[in-house]
Design a protein around this ligand. Structure first.
Ligand code: KG4
Ligand code: ZN
Length: 358
């Protein structure tokens, strides 16, 4: 069984082919980073235009590299949401057209389901498992019970963890995207012997009941520290790096604390979960992984973190979600529309908070 997957929900144009034996036959990702960098964030119109410019050639290159034809595919899978609608339309329309053209089924994939099932592609993790999904757009814990069976335990009430890194980096004048820049600055601070507690920032929601996340207060506290130090332009490099270290420490501690609450909640329900999975772009952060590894050890869980390439946006996870859904007998109608919002757990109560996305 082989599926061609397309990913166009944000600022990566990606095409990949994956087979039913968990082999990634080809995995191409074209980042639009350089196109968005001058604006300090993703510009939806530029993203949509760029997907349109590149997707057809990327698919041709993927088929070429795998030495396969469209007729060798068992289905075409495309991310249909959640995400930026212009980009989603490009991928979904192309996916449908190819499916129609080669007479194969079309699969509309939830981008979050792609992330959620990625540890089964990389590590063959068995259901059920607890997933911490931490990316630029999402921050949630989910109990993954099977294909299409996701129960949300906690979600952010304002910013996602990746947004906290990105906005924090902006406040520190560290550039875009923020996560890798903050991690590099924090490493410099550590190498220089900086004390992570020198600029101690609040650990949002620490110890509070429930499993939800919040990061906007952290951003405000960081802004105050930057102003106290004379503003971003006046920061000397050592102070800037020390603030980046403090930011990273606070985010890692908050993620571990809130995920710990989710572990306690499923333990109280006697769900038989033995694995904690962390996925999404923020999972690339070594300090975040370390904090989660310590949590997993304390709770007697195995920690699985798919390789960084599978954690950040890619089409291999979309093709794999297609394989899983195809194996489960699911396909989609060509009339299906792209969806900018598409929660994985439709029954989850809407989180209270200003910037809630899912
Ligand atoms: O999963 P992803 O590639 O795209 C979304 O679906 O959002 O995640 C991107 C996010 C960005 O916010 C980026 O700053 C963050 O992941 N990120 C990191 C690191 N690498 C990427 N955050 C912290 N440390 C990193 N090394
Ligand atoms: Zn993503």
């Amino acid at each position: 069984m082989r599926v061609l997957g397309l990913e166009t929900s944000c600022d990566e144009t990606a095409a990949a082919i994956v087979d039913g034996e968990r082999r990634i036959l080809v995995d191409l990702v074209l980042s639009q980073l350089a196109e968005h960098r001058p604006y300090g964030g993703v510009v939806p119109e530029i993203a949509a235009r760029s997907h349109l410019d590149h997707l057809d050639r990327l698919v041709a290159a993927a088929l070429d590299e795998a030495k396969l034809a469209l007729s060798d595919m068992d289905a075409i899978a495309a991310t249909a949401g959640p995400g930026l609608i212009g980009g989603l339309l490009v991928g979904v329309t192309m996916g449908k057209a190819m499916a129609l053209g080669c007479g194969k089924p079309f699969l509309a994939i939830n981008h979050l389901e792609g992330h959620a099932l990625s540890p089964r592609l990389s590590d063959g993790v068995e259901f059920p498992y607890l997933l911490l999904l931490v990316s630029g757009g999402h921050c949630q814990t989910l109990l993954v019970e099977g294909v299409g069976r996701y129960r949300r335990l906690g979600t952010t009430v304002d910013d996602a963890a990746g947004e906290a890194f990105d906005k924090g980096a902006k406040l520190l004048g560290l550039g875009y995207p923020g996560g890798p820049a903050v991690e590099a600055a924090a490493a410099r601070a550590k190498a220089a012997g900086a004390d992570g507690e020198r600029f101690a920032l609040p650990r949002p929601m620490l110890g509070r009941p429930g499993c939800d996340f919040s990061f906007s207060g952290l951003k405000t506290a960081l802004r105050e520290r930057v102003l106290e130090a004379g503003g971003a332009d006046a920061l000397d490099p050592a102070t800037r790096d020390a603030l980046a270290l403090a930011l990273q420490e606070a985010i890692a501690a908050a993620l571990a604390d809130r995920t710990g609450r989710a572990v306690e909640r499923i333990a109280a329900e006697r769900a038989k979960v033995s694995t904690l999975v962390v996925a999404g772009g923020v999972a690339a952060n070594a300090r975040v992984r370390e904090a989660l590894a310590a949590l997993a050890r304390r709770k007697g869980l195995a920690l699985v973190a798919p390789p960084a390439r599978l954690c950040t946006d890619n089409a291999a996870m979309i093709a794999w979600a297609g394989i899983e859904r195809l194996k489960a007998g699911a396909t989609d109608e060509l009339g299906l529309a792209a969806r900018p919002r598409w929660p994985l757990d439709p029954d989850a109560p809407k989180a209270l908070g200003a910037g809630v996305k899912a």
